[in-house]
Design a protein around this ligand. Structure first.
Ligand code: NAP
Length: 499
């Protein structure tokens, strides 16, 4: 995704609107939680409550899973021609594009993502995922025909869906990370139960409505909202759920793997990161600093693949710190609905408090070069200034732990060997980047970095066709690309005796 270009100042600022109470979608019908409980979701810019959302429980999960099982066992969905399923996914893609303003407003109000970024980069990616996996269903879901040692024996392979997939998504990039699970899951013929993060459920509600309007058969697409510790846990432990597709923190992911073990769940894990961005002295320094700036500060650092450790060759260290600090000081913080805003508010009070604790920790162990303060805009909001720490080493807390906010430690290295050693000296392995004028060096080091994504002379590029996922404690399995479809299918081998 391209980032960083300012919108033309003439673009109109959209207005906040009241939203109806969010309900659960179970078996094709919207309804409240069985016990009538609700929770609220609030706007980090104004700190006002946006609306109430159903606070589902294990009883609601039970009904949602039952609806998905019925749709899978008795409904047409898994047996539809791939073309028919693809057509419905293409329809979902078109509806997403048509409703981009509604989705952008919901994401801006709910998680503080700049409206402009959502329209320009997130929505094309989301609708692209449905188009890509619709096409993939027609192409890649076919089985095969093989011969064996015996002339009269033929082997047929069928590629089948898994059954019921529970999709559990985090508070950041709520729509994109939901689409990256739901599009391949549906393309393969599975039925789904989606559980979004409690802090940012608003685009999940709108996406479920898109599924209904596109004509996805009832029970194929179910949505439950409510606390991860109870409702999410019930989904993970449910014996009739075949797979959990999870994106979130490493700790919660580990718990899900443990809790899913009794029912032998298939799992894919998209977890946390502490991604190194390496700048060599032979790089185009201005372009490299741009990549570093957007690498960490895009979506206010609430990005799993944020370039959250900056490694800079010693001879250009001071110049890079200086340029990055100047950019950070000049960044426009503000209302995500304002076209000029570069950095919006932190998504929730919890996250804001956590990030500010890391900022205070950084002040004790490194040298503040920019930022370091929280801010209010018009007296309100959970804003944190883009913060740059110079003189950092790779062993301090702010260099080792995922901060998940607009905070970056800058670490110096002397040569290629030290750069690669520092880059890999982390429990995580989600993303990485190398900024250099030497393509040979870039490719050589890309081979040696232990991370699922390597960006050379850029950052934050994504495409539905490009596999995405982690090494080490950043998880396993891949989203996007045909590789993702693999994890939503299973193979059946049929032996035919022609004699
Ligand atoms: P989180 O706290 O792990 O929560 C993720 C989801 O899991 C939420 O829907 C949460 O529900 C649910 N959950 C919590 N406890 C659960 C349990 N015991 N059983 C089942 N579900 C449970 O993560 P987050 O704070 O929302 O998101 C930030 C994290 O996600 C960061 O670590 C970030 O790096 C990671 N992330 C990774 C990727 C990637 O692609 N690798 C992408 C984005 C984010 P509640 O909201 O109700 O608690």
């Amino acid at each position: 995704m391209a980032t960083g270009e300012l919108l033309s100042q003439e673009q109109k600022k959209p207005r906040r609107t009241r939203l109806p109470r969010g309900q659960l979608l179970i078996g094709g019908a919207w309804r409240d939680a069985r016990d009538g409980a609700t929770m609220t979701t609030s706007d980090p810019t104004t700190e006002d409550i946006i609306t109430e959302v159903a606070k589902g429980s294990a009883a609601d999960v039970e009904e949602a899973v039952a609806a998905a099982v019925r749709a899978f066992e008795d409904g047409p969905w898994p047996h539809l021609h791939h073309e028919a399923r693809a057509k419905l996914l293409f329809r979902m893609a078109d509806l997403l594009d048509e409703r981009v303003d509604e989705f952008a407003l919901r994401e801006a109000m709910d998680m503080g993502m700049p409206y402009r970024d959502f329209r320009e980069t997130i929505m094309p990616h989301c609708s692209g995922l449905f188009r890509f996996f619709g096409g993939a269903a027609m192409n890649a879901m076919n089985g095969g025909y093989r011969t064996s040692y015996e002339d009269q024996i033929r082997i047929l392979t069928r590629r089948e869906p898994l059954g019921v997939v529970g999709c559990i998504t985090p508070f950041n990039f709520p729509l994109a990370l939901t689409c990256s699970k739901i599009a391949p899951a549906l393309a393969a013929g599975n039925c789904i139960v989606h559980k979004p993060a409690s802090d940012t459920p608003l685009t999940a509600l709108a996406l479920a409505q898109v599924a209904i309007d596109a004509g996805i058969p009832e029970g194929v697409y179910n949505l439950v909202t409510g606390p991860g510790g109870t409702l999410g846990d019930a989904l993970v432990k449910h014996p009739l759920v075949d797979k959990i597709a999870f994106t979130g923190s490493t700790g919660v992911g580990q718990g899900i793997i443990r809790n899913g073990a009794d029912t032998l769940k298939h799992t894919t894990m998209e977890l946390g990161g502490k991604s190194p961005n390496i700048i060599f002295a032979d790089a185009d320094i201005d372009a490299a600093v741009q990549a570093a700036f957007w690498g960490i500060f895009w979506n206010k650092g609430e990005v799993c693949v944020a370039g959250s450790r900056l490694l800079v060759e010693h001879s250009i260290y001071d110049a890079v710190v200086d340029k990055l600090a100047q950019m950070a000081k000049g960044a426009v913080l503000g209302d995500p609905l304002d076209p000029a805003t570069m950095v919006g508010p932190i998504a929730s009070r919890n996250e804001y408090d956590k990030v500010m604790r890391y900022v205070e920790e950084g002040k004790k162990t490194a040298t503040l070069a920019a930022g370091g303060n929280s801010r209010k805009i018009n007296g309100k909001g959970l804003f944190i200034e883009p913060t740059v720490f110079a003189g950092a080493t790779n062993d301090i807390k702010i260099s080792r732990e995922e901060i998940f906010g607009p905070v970056i430690p800058v670490i110096s290295f002397k040569d290629e060997e030290e750069a690669i050693r520092l880059a890999n000296d982390t429990p995580y392995g989600l993303a990485s980047g190398i900024q250099t004028g030497d393509l040979g060096r870039a490719l050589r080091l890309a081979d040696r970095i232990k991370a699922g994504t390597v960006w050379l002379n850029t950052w934050h590029k994504y495409h539905p066709n490009a596999p995405f996922g982690g090494y080490k404690m950043s998880g396993y399995g891949r989203e996007q690309g045909l590789e993702a479809l693999e994890s939503y299918t299973q193979y059946k081998t049929i032996w035919a005796n022609l004699a």
